[in-house]
Design a protein around this ligand. Structure first.
Ligand code: NAP
Length: 280
């Protein structure tokens, strides 16, 4: 018996298609075109790829999209002035500052210049707080995408034991909060946890660690759902997840591949957040 592999690319395409429809309606009924601005500083190759993918997706769904590129040596004042100008522009509904930034820049100051309503990454403390209190607001895109994948496979978290491995502000913590809000019983693991003991009990495992194949297939409870957020580039240049994929396939009911699982969902949910920020 092998796990069903969840096709994140296909689900992401569905999300983008529904955003595209909503954008057309918003344009027609209220004359609003959602606008997304992405700020990138320097030449980090991964950032270039991510920002390019976000702009392409934004254009495809019918948004106005701006890519604001600064050289590596840009000053804090220059970048801050741009972020403030974008924040003041009513045509811009969502702003994203691509991380990591060059070390000489103060990322917090730049991020905090974004109004909470335009924080389409959902990572400002006020938006994390809204999630924690169960209030509406933009949600962190990656865990938001995981929730959408769970919906797609009709996995209802209610009453289930969910284990989230990793406690970053970007993935692990918001993931745990979203699952808690969906009535799962949630355990968060980190570098000081006995990950194996927790994973062995879990109906749902979400791995967001950044260590290739940390979660062994043999730990997975038969029939569990396994979501792998990890993206680890090996010496051969290939991407590997945080879960031992082949072995986990032997035991899980559903599993996400890397690449092609959670990755495409992050960009799709950014589109969803921007649509919501524009009032759609
Ligand atoms: P991060 O900020 O480095 O956090 C990693 C977390 O894993 C930390 O909480 C850390 O624990 C925990 N950890 C490290 N080693 C561990 C171990 N041996 N056992 C248990 N826990 C351990 O990483 P992140 O930003 O959350 O990203 C995690 C992974 O997801 C990375 O591979 C990243 O590339 C990927 N990612 C993918 C997407 C996507 O769109 N697919 C988006 C974001 C991130 P401590 O807190 O105790 O240090």
């Amino acid at each position: 018996m092998g796990a069903q592999v969840i096709d994140g690319k296909a689900v992401a395409a569905k999300v983008r298609a529904s955003v595209k429809d909503a954008v057309a309606k918003l344009k027609q009924t209220r004359g609003i075109v959602p606008g997304l601005a992405v700020v990138r500083v320097g030449d980090d190759p991964a950032s270039k790829v991510y920002v390019g993918a976000k702009r392409k997706a934004a254009e495809e769904v019918g948004f106005n999209a701006w890519e604001c590129i600064f050289e590596e040596k840009a000053t804090q004042e220059e970048v801050l002035a741009k972020v403030r100008a974008l924040d003041a522009d009513p045509a811009v509904h969502g702003i994203l500052v691509q991380l990591p930034l060059p070390k000489h820049l103060d990322a917090d100051e730049l991020l905090f210049a974004i109004s909470p309503g335009k924080d389409v990454d959902g990572l400002l403390p006020i938006n994390s707080g809204r999630l924690m209190q169960g209030r509406p607001g933009p949600r962190a895109c990656t865990p938001f995408g995981v929730m959408r994948l769970l919906e797609e496979i009709h996995f209802a978290p209610r009453g289930k034991k969910a284990v989230v491995v990793g406690r970053s502000n970007i993935v692990g913590k918001p993931m745990a909060m979203m699952l808690l809000q969906a009535d799962a019983t949630v355990t968060m693991c980190h570098s000081k946890s006995n990950v194996r003991a927790e994973v062995e009990q879990a109906d749902l495992v979400v791995a967001a660690v950044g260590v290739a194949e940390l979660v062994k297939g043999a730990w997975v409870k038969p029939g569990a759902v396994v979501i792998d957020v990890g993206m680890n580039r090996g010496p051969d240049g290939k991407l590997k997840g945080d879960v031992e994929f082949q072995a986990a396939c032997e035991r899980a009911s559903f599993i996400t591949p890397v690449p092609g699982g959670v990755g495409p969902m992050t960009v799709a949910m950014l589109m969803q957040n921007t649509l919501l920020a524009a009032g759609g």
